[in-house]
Design a binder for this molecule. Structure first.
Ligand SMILES: Nc1ncnc2c1ncn2[C@@H]1O[C@H](COP(=O)(O)OP(=O)(O)OP(=O)(O)O)[C@@H](O)[C@H]1O
Ligand SMILES: [Mg+2]
Length: 242
């Protein structure tokens, strides 16, 4: 029998995912920030390939370029050189309007604290994300089913201030996934959580990466959660290495 039990992993499952998809390909990306004498090479010839259903962690010192890489991968920042292919589409050559569309349709973002909209209930956070992406529940996931899957079905009517930090992060993950993005970009999701909650959240991210067949990059300083990841890369001075 099929259940919605979020503790039963289905590695690389394509359940309900009729559409074949590409992951994320970053090729020779360089990014210079600042101006005048104060320029800094935030990304220095970065190459990265994340397959659908793969969970990649990036670690590295503060200021090494981790968030800059997520910004480039997420079509928020245009690199000075190199290409970013998202689900087969070169977003580094897209104009502003196209980039915004790719962000809405193909990318899910998860931040440190969930970044939920204070006035909306849990269920409406997900419905709103679908609306913004111009998708209906059958283009993405059914919001109620997805909330059950991330263990938040019983909090569908709660607003963010009525949730714990770990619960808010679960809702943030569901909201990022409800549009069925090809790529999930996660920046320090456990920074505000205790150890047990951190482990829960990264376990969920690993499970959903496989279940939703999404290419996930997680930036983290939390070495205790790395065993949940398929691959660990480090960033030092804008350079990425295995
Ligand atoms: N808008 C900007 N203008 C100039 N320099 C910037 C800008 N944004 C970031 N930087 C610089 O680029 C470098 C990389 O920053 P980034 O935020 O990517 O680091 P990070 O690895 O995410 O660090 P942390 O672990 O502290 O979050 C840093 O030296 C930072 O000061
Ligand atoms: Mg950062």
């Amino acid at each position: 029998m099929t259940t919605t039990n979020s503790t039963s992993p289905r590695p690389n499952s394509r359940r309900g995912d009729a559409q074949e998809r590409g992951g994320l390909l970053v090729e020779g990306v360089t990014l210079t920030l600042g101006d005048g004498d104060a320029t800094i090479t935030a990304l220095d010839d970065v190459h990265l390939n994340v397959a659908p259903g793969e969970f990649v962690a990036i670690v590295g010192p503060s200021g090494s370029g981790k968030s800059s890489l997520l910004a480039v991968a997420g079509a928020l920042t245009t690199p000075d050189a190199g290409r970013v292919l998202l689900d087969g589409v070169d977003i580094s050559r897209a104009n502003g309007r196209e980039k915004a569309r790719h962000r809405r349709e193909k990318i899910g973002f998860v931040f440190q604290s969930g970044n939920l909209i204070p006035a909306l209930t849990t269920l409406d956070q997900l419905r709103f994300a679908l609306d913004v992406a111009g998708k209906r529940a059958d283009d993405g996931y059914d919001p109620r089913e997805l909330l059950d899957r991330v263990g938040m079905g019983h909090r569908a009517g709660h607003r963010p201030h009525q949730l714990s930090g770990g619960e808010r992060q679960r809702v943030g993950i569901a909201r990022a996934l409800v549009t069925r993005p090809a790529v999930l970009l996660v920046d320090e999701p456990t920074a505000a959580l205790d150890r047990a909650r951190s482990d829960d959240i990264v376990t969920l991210l690993a499970h959903e990466t496989h279940e939703a067949n999404v290419a996930t990059i997680m930036v983290t300083h939390d070495h205790d959660v790395l065993h949940h990841c398929d691959r660990i890369l480090s960033m030092v001075d804008g350079r990425l290495s295995e």
